[in-house]
Structures are given as C-alpha cells and as structure tokens.
Ligand binder design. Sequence first.
Ligand SMILES: Cc1cc2nc3c(=O)[nH]c(=O)nc-3n(C[C@H](O)[C@H](O)[C@H](O)COP(=O)(O)OP(=O)(O)OC[C@H]3O[C@@H](n4cnc5c(N)ncnc54)[C@H](O)[C@@H]3O)c2cc1C
Ligand SMILES: Cc1cc2nc3c(=O)[nH]c(=O)nc-3n(C[C@H](O)[C@H](O)[C@H](O)COP(=O)(O)O)c2cc1C
Length: 563
Amino acid sequence: MRKPDTPTARRAALGNTILLGGLALLSAALLLLHAGVLRWRDPGAARWIDATLVLSAWLGLLGWWRQQRLPAPRKLLALADAAAAQDPLAVVNGARVDAVRAEVGVHVIYAGQTGFAEQLARQTLQSLQAAGVSARLHGIDTLTLDELRHADRVLFVASTTGDGEPPDMAQAFSRLTMRQPARLDGLRYGLLALGDSDYEDFCGFGRQLQRWLEVSGARALFDPVEVDSEDEASLRHWQHHLAMLSGVSDLPDWQAPKYQRWRLTERRLLNPGSVGEPCFHLELQPLQGSANWQAGDLVEIGPCHAPDRVTTWLAASGLDGRVPVAFGKERLPLAALLQRCRLPEVHEIDGLDEEAVAVTLRLLPHREYSIASLPEDGAIHLLVRQMRGRGGYLGLGSGWLAVHAPVGAEIALRVRSNGNFHAPRDARPLILIGNGTGLAALRALLKARIAAGHRRNWLLFGERHAAHDFLYRDEIERWLADGRIERADFAWSRDQAERIHVQQRLREAAGELRCWVDAGAAVYVCGSLDGLAPGVDAVLRDVLGDARVEQLRVQGRYRRDVY
Ligand SMILES: Cc1cc2nc3c(=O)[nH]c(=O)nc-3n(C[C@H](O)[C@H](O)[C@H](O)COP(=O)(O)OP(=O)(O)OC[C@H]3O[C@@H](n4cnc5c(N)ncnc54)[C@H](O)[C@@H]3O)c2cc1C
Ligand SMILES: Cc1cc2nc3c(=O)[nH]c(=O)nc-3n(C[C@H](O)[C@H](O)[C@H](O)COP(=O)(O)O)c2cc1C
C-alpha cells in the first residue's frame, strides 16, 4: 500500500534514510579494521547462546519501547481528531486518521427484551466490520462502568418494555449504574432507541439512557435515532450515521428480514365454552425449504386484512383490484397487495390510478407470537388468542390468524431468535410460570427439556376455568403422570368465589420455591404484562429477597417474556 505523502511522513522517511546511511558507513569503517582475509570460525555453543540472549533482550527492549510510545486509544483518537481538523490525510502514530479511528474500535451494546435490539445490534456490528472498523458486541447485562470509562465510542441499541421500563437485561444497569451520574467525559456515544408510539412512554428507556449519558459528560456522536415499531426511514438514518462513523461514503442498505411463505395446515379451538376470547392451536408448515428454531423463539407474521375489507375499500375508491401493479420486485393484482398493506383514506388517493396507488402503499406491521413447538414436531405450533376490541374490532394479527385466514392459506412468517428465553443449557431445575397464551413458549421449553431428559420441571399455570381453559390438558397431564413434569400448580381464577392467580399459588409454595432456587433452579415467566409479571415478581422478592432476585436476574436465572 502506498504511504501517504504528508510532512510528517516525509520527515520520518528522511530520518530513516540518514540512520541507514550512518549504519552503512560504520560497517564499512569496521571492515577496514580487518587487515587480513576474513575466515569463518565456529565461536562455540556458549557464545551462540550469549549472542542469542543479547539479541532477544534487544528485540524485547525495542518492542517495549514501541509499546510505550503507542498512545492509549482515547488519546490516539483525540490526536487523530485534532490532526484530521488540519488535514484529512494526516498521519497519527504512523497511520492515517481514518485508519486510526477504525483500529481503535467501537463497542456495540444492546439492551432488549424480545430479540429485536440484539438483531439490530448484530447488523450494526456487521456493517461496521464490513467497513473495516474494529467493533465488539456486548449485552448491557455484562457492561461495567469501568468498561464504559475506558471505551471511546459506544453505540447503544436499546428497546423499552412494560410502561416505559428498561428491558429485564438492563434492569441492573439501570438501577445500579444509572442511579447517579458517572464521569464519562471522554466517552462518545450513539443511540438507537427502539419503541412503539402506541405506548404512552415512547422509547422511555432509550431516553432515560440518553439523559444519563448526557449528565455523565458523554458526548453524542449524533442525535439519537428513535425507531417507531420497525420504521425503515429511521433505520436508514441509523445506517447513514454508521457510514459516517466508518469513514465510508455509504454502506449497503440493511435488508429487512424477508417473510417466508408458510401454509396454515391446522387450526383447532382449545377452549370451547370459555367465557374468555377463543384460543386456537395453529400449525404451520413451510412452503419452501425448512426452518430452524429453538424453544423460546418467536415468529413474526405479516398480517392480512379480511378479504371483504379490501372489497369494500376498492368499491369506495373506484379502483379495479384485478389490475396488476408493481411492488418492489413483485408484480401482483392490486387487491392482493392491498390485503397486506395499510389501506389509505380514500380521499388521500383521489385522482391516482392503480399503479400510482401501489407506490404509496406500506406493508401492515408485523405481530409476534411465541413458538409452542420444536423443529422435531415437523411444524410451527402457535397458541393464538383472538383479540376483539370494545367496538367489536378484531385485532389485526390475531384476527388474521384466528379468523380470516382459511386453513390452507399462505401465511407470511419469519422466525425471530429470542435468546433471552432460550432454555438453560444445563440440567438445572426449571420453574415455568405462565398464564393464558403464555403457555405457548412454556410448552416449547417443556418439550425441549423433556427431549433432553431433564425432569426437574415445575409448571405453574393460570387461566379462568379448569373445565374450559385448561389448554393442552391431555399433554400436560400425560407429562405429569410420566414424571416428566415433577410438579404442577394450577390457578383457575374463576372456579371459586374469590379470584386466585398464579402468584398466589407461588406464594403458597414459598418453601418449595426456596428449595428449588437453592438447588440452582431458573425461573421463566411468560404471559401477561399486567397482573402476572408484577405479581410473580413481588412474590419472588417477598420469598427470596430483593438481593437474591437481582442475583438471579444477573445470572440469567430469572427470565421473562411478557406482553
Ligand atoms: C414477545 C411476544 C410474544 C407474544 N406471544 C403471543 C402468543 O403466543 N399468543 C398470542 O395470542 N399473542 C401473543 N402476543 C401478542 C400478539 O403479538 C398481539 O399483540 C396480539 O395478538 C394482539 O394483536 P392484534 O394485531 O390481534 O391486535 P391489534 O390490532 O394490535 O389490536 C389490539 C386491540 O385493539 C383493538 N382494535 C384494533 N383496531 C381497533 C380500532 N380501529 N378501533 C378500536 N379498537 C381496535 C383490537 O380488537 C384488539 O383488542 C405476543 C406478543 C409479544 C410481544
Ligand atoms: C410488552 C411490551 C411493552 C412495551 N412497552 C413499550 C413502551 O412503554 N414504550 C415504547 O416506546 N415501546 C414499548 N414497546 C415496544 C418495544 O420497545 C419495541 O417493540 C421494540 O422494538 C422491542 O425490541 P426488543 O425485541 O429488543 O425488546 C413494548 C413492547 C412490548 C412487547
């Protein structure tokens, strides 16, 4: 590679030339001292060893000296910045400033609950590395204040859960590290905050993190990027910042993970006669290739409108649904495209023809569902509750899966890894606590444990009436009878006069809970965010104490997938 031609480089080249010239003259002078013919004589083993030792010591000294001359990463970057302000091609410590920046590296830290933050953090890492920037990925649960103090540039990808709360993996960081300002004067950071504006506290945790970084003296590399749902424009904005950071003009666009084509092969009502909304067991099979996943993973499905909704919209707009239109690389009838897209207000598309309308359309947002099966089952199983709002509206995702999509219909689906809810790697006891459709993920975890031969499984499950809402009853009773589930407690909230929930069952079994946790058990909670999650958390704290619960969380032995 050609060395840059700068004043510093020219001075270094001149110095090297003078030194080499001097050494050549010295060797010539020494040669003159030998009057006779030069003859080789073996100096003997002892002298060879002495010479080797002296040479090694000399090389070691040179290495040490060079190391001492290398400035610390932060100082090196400050030098690079100062030099770049004068001359973008300047050389610092023998390398061009953009190379210095790339070498010092970036830490990418994610804080997420259900895998999206981690996925985007990984994409961020790959983009940086592809641009030649050295970068490392960590979860916020392993991040210490000391590491932050020594880091130079950090990119955070942080989601929000609950009502504006940090994800579980960021709880300790938020409660302990962010409790007060830290001294992070030299730190520069970028922030990608993930959220959903349907929630009152939009990007709540991302904003808390940003405020803390600010009062701690860290400097923002650029304005925080907030992503509403999976908004592509904000993600492109983030990629633009990554390109600037990497010193490249552009980075290839991230491809949103593509949906795969699946077929709905079975739909079975699991709670006939329930006073609650219907709950369905669904089975789906891939139309192309195969899929892989682990217990705890999720699917994202691309919902569709009910066909009559599209027909009504087309009638109101006066457009012909049979006209083929372009959408990305696809060409399909307008009616088929409309089924998968947000339907604009009719007045918004006034005067546009079918092709022009297609250009304005945006896909409906995805919906997440826990996978209730293992790949060995030969199909993805879902447990979906049909949601209905006060006005009688069917929910978008659950309406499509539970009502509108006929068995045999094609479903747009992609699997999303959810590392936070993967089963423990070892045989430790597992306490699985859930209610309602939360049983989906617990069922997959139980299947994985049973397949691995781990029998120390304790299930606590709650629903309304044992007679109607005991989802997957036969299977669970069989596992219990076979000893594959060691213990099960059920809370049928409406089978008696006063309401009983899972958290009460857990409290009643406080002694047993302590024994299981003492034996190394992990606690997995899946189900409703209101009620179950805070209720179980309160019981765990009462029975085990705050410090023990925090310890469990930090050790990855207390995990939640609540929604
Ligand atoms: C990690 C995770 C795992 C999950 N796992 C599961 C699972 O295993 N099983 C499961 O069933 N769910 C699961 N969910 C929940 C699921 O993702 C959806 O949130 C749920 O199905 C509701 O979405 P929807 O699209 O049907 O309802 P939405 O369309 O989001 O609507 C929500 C509510 O508002 C009402 N509504 C919609 N439009 C209107 C309107 N215009 N006016 C008035 N009211 C309206 C709907 O009727 C519904 O009651 C999970 C969620 C997460 C985050
Ligand atoms: C149970 C639940 C609660 C949420 N609460 C909020 C919230 O209070 N504010 C917000 O902006 N987004 C909220 N979100 C949206 C998430 O932050 C968003 O979907 C994010 O992309 C999830 O990323 P993750 O998978 O890495 O956790 C919530 C999502 C869920 C499932």
